[in-house]
Design a protein around this ligand. Structure first.
Ligand code: FES
Length: 268
């Protein structure tokens, strides 16, 4: 083996030859994730009220608290004498959390923002990272290998999101649309794009085959190609869908608390 090529990287945490504003993106991502986690903790444990509202027979449900498995009485959960801090979100959020937490794009985000490993391309990392080295998906990170299973569970949640949208369409006097429909519709759409651009879904569609030539394999190859196109923007769908989960919840909260009011745009 020949000698490895030494790249001219400056040594020292955050040192680099880059002259662009490389720190802007990791800072924005760190702030976004921290805000999302703090808001979720506040909503789950400190203010789990105002999670849905009714409008002339239609129902608009907060994306954070959907599916409301307690209200559905799934597996007799309603009769369960649960602690007061247990609510629908506490019971269900492990699915979207697990799905997003093991997402390939998310791994890049947290390695850059929270582990500085490295913070950006061509930027040196802390000494401790060099000492520890990269050990792959081991110990706690083994959970990342569960991503495909979280994907299956996330698909069920996604179907329920669209089911929620149908509940915003059904008014006492017929079918229609409200502002809540638009908010929940955009949220469900963005989530659909996030799920359908997933790397694991792409593998599920066309992976583990030598060629895509005939019959089912040809269809799988086509699907693989389509998902690959969506996959190029996976990071965009990650952030926009995440943002709309919180905007949707804020909308429901604001209407329930009387700061904003929803209205039917049309009913037929
Ligand atoms: Fe990001 Fe699957 S890789 S959701």
């Amino acid at each position: 083996m020949g000698e490895g090529i030494k790249l001219p990287v400056l040594n020292g945490l955050g040192r680099t030859n880059r002259i662009d504003n490389w720190l802007k993106q990791p800072i924005a991502m760190a702030l976004g994730l921290t805000a999302a986690m703090l808001y979720t903790a506040w909503r789950l444990f400190l203010y789990p009220e105002s999670i849905s509202y009714g409008l002339d027979g239609s129902t608009v449900m907060s994306p954070i608290f959907s599916p409301n498995v307690l209200e559905w009485n799934l597996f007799g959960l309603n009769e369960w004498n649960h602690p007061t801090w247990v609510n629908a979100a506490v019971l269900v959020l492990w699915i979207p959390f697990g799905f997003r937490g093991t997402c390939y794009y998310m791994r890049r985000v947290y390695y850059r923002t929270f582990f500085a490993s490295p913070t950006a391309c061509w930027v040196d990392e802390p000494e401790i990272n060099k000492k520890l080295g990269y050990k792959g998906e081991k110990r706690l990170f083994l959970v990342n290998n569960l991503h495909r299973y979280f994907l299956y569970a996330a698909m069920i949640i996604l179907a329920i999101k669209w089911w929620d949208v149908t509940h915003t369409l059904h008014f006492t006097d017929g079918y229609g649309m409200s502002i809540g429909t638009l908010v929940m519709g955009v949220e469900a759409f963005l989530l659909t794009m996030y799920v359908t651009s997933c790397h694991a879904l792409r593998h599920l569609a066309g992976g583990a085959l030598d060629r895509w030539t005939t019959g089912i394999s040809k269809i799988r190859g086509k699907l693989f190609g389509r998902i690959s196109i969506l996959n190029r923007s996976h990071g965009f769908w990650f952030w926009t869908s995440l943002t709309f989960v919180f905007l949707g919840d804020l909308w429901v909260l604001a209407v329930c608390e009387g700061y904003l009011s929803d209205m039917a745009l049309f009913v037929i």
